[in-house]
Design a protein around this ligand. Structure first.
Ligand code: PLP
Length: 404
């Protein structure tokens, strides 16, 4: 996105024109940013050719996944629905990994029938369930075990998954027991050690620590894993104060790990692939002054973009038209929903705003639309893919009649 003659553009199209043509709120994705993110990711780790499985939960738009698939990516899924979607988008089942603490028997059956690359199991009970199905089908099933490395990802508590108090994975002791169990199982083929310590990780040091934990446990059990699945979590900057995770440092740490452990690396990035590709275009319905605050009431709300209400996450907001200088004024950007948490951000400085102005909420490509809901019976926004001067509707705006 950039300003040209004080008008904000996504690729070659004015944001105001998009708002006029498609209404608001609207999700827009930039194809060139998507391509850049994928190529940058692949290039940064190319020395060990990892299998990159896009984390479908971060953005489940089938048309976007079709574009991602064209770059050779696989998928990381966490439900039967996501697995069906990934297959429908054309992702090769041999590039699909299935994670999650609570896969049902129906979901396991489906994944086994579709011959996906790996089911990453997260408990002894799950492995026994997989084994029962495998025996019934007389089929060898490839699995991974998710280790909980008890590593602090130094991210928001709500998106931290690798500490011992989190529900994810199994501890070292159980891990060792499971490996032993799998060695003696006829139809369980243990191929992978998987981890995922959290999301929005900006510092490579937690990953370094996690790799040390893996090294230690692999040495202890003396078992060769064909795959090491390092999960996702690579963070992106949501403001000007932070920088994205250094792929260079992470790559260096992994290469060191691989010198002693010769396995194929799998990554499951979501946010790093799509986070900064998406924007949410919204219109100011009303401006309400209350004390020293000016509430900017948008037509986008927490049902459209849940991250601020769910984790206190913040997103940059930009005006579609630059108008005069930045002034000191407290602006609180909120939505129309009947919840006080329906609030995007409070700013102490911004340009002067008027009712009906268009603003853009930035970096909403990950966990934006995929976390949206119909709360307050609000139809979901349209999703658009922008490629140069072309706009393609990749999901239609819901209508009220769809919700009745
Ligand atoms: N893999 C697993 C198992 C996850 O739980 C998640 C997100 O929660 C991801 C991958 C993707 O994380 P991110 O979008 O931060 O890369």
């Amino acid at each position: 996105m950039k300003y040209l003659n004080n008008r904000l553009k996504i690729e070659k199209i004015n944001v105001d024109n998009i708002a006029k043509m498609f209404g608001t709120p609207s999700y827009c994705y930039s194809y060139s940013q998507l391509k850049k993110n994928i190529l940058d990711f692949q290039k940064s780790f190319k020395s060990f050719s990892p299998l990159v499985c896009f984390s479908v939960k971060s953005n489940s738009n089938i048309n976007l996944i079709k574009e991602i698939q064209k770059f050779g990516l696989g998928a990381d899924v966490v439900s039967k629905g996501e697995l069906m979607l990934a297959l429908k988008a054309g992702i090769n089942p041999k590039k699909i990994v299935f994670s999650g603490v609570g896969k049902t028997i129906e979901e396991l059956n489906y994944a086994i029938d579709e011959n996906i690359l790996l089911i990453n199991a997260e408990s002894k009970s799950e492995i026994k369930e997989i084994e029962k199905i495998a025996n019934k089908k007389k089929k060898k099933v490839k699995i991974g075990i998710r280790l909980n490395p008890n590593t602090d990802a130094k991210t928001l508590n709500q998106i931290s998954t690798g500490k011992k108090e989190n529900k994810f994975g199994v501890n070292n002791k159980t891990f060792v027991e499971i490996v032993k169990y799998c060695k003696n199982s006829k139809n369980i083929d243990l191929k992978c050690l998987s981890v995922h310590i959290g999301s929005q990780i900006l510092d490579h040091k937690p990953y370094q620590k996690m790799l040390k934990v893996l090294e230690k446990i692999i040495n202890k059990i003396n078992y060769h894993f064909e795959f090491i699945d390092l999960g996702g979590g690579m963070g992106i900057p949501y403001d000007n104060k932070h920088k994205k995770l250094s792929y260079k440092n992470y790559n260096f740490a992994i290469k060191k790990f691989l010198k002693k452990n010769n396995s194929k690396i799998i990554f499951e990035p979501g946010r790093a692939i799509v986070g900064n590709t998406g924007t949410l275009i919204a219109k100011i319905i009303y401006i309400k002054k209350s004390g020293s605050k000016n509430f900017i009431i948008l037509d986008a709300a927490m049902n459209d973009l849940m991250r601020p209400a769910l984790y206190g996450a913040t997103h940059k907001i930009l005006p579609s038209k630059k108008r005069g200088n930045v002034i000191k004024k407290t602006y609180e950007f909120v939505g129309p929903i009947c919840e006080s948490t329906d609030k995007f951000v409070t700013l102490k400085k911004f340009q002067n705003l008027k009712e009906k102005d268009i603003v853009v909420i930035c970096d909403v490509g990950a966990y934006g639309m995929s976390l949206s809901s119909n709360y307050n019976i609000r139809p979901k926004p349209v999703e658009l893919l922008i490629k140069g001067s072309k706009i393609k509707i990749i999901k239609k705006r819901q209508k009220h009649k769809d919700l009745m």
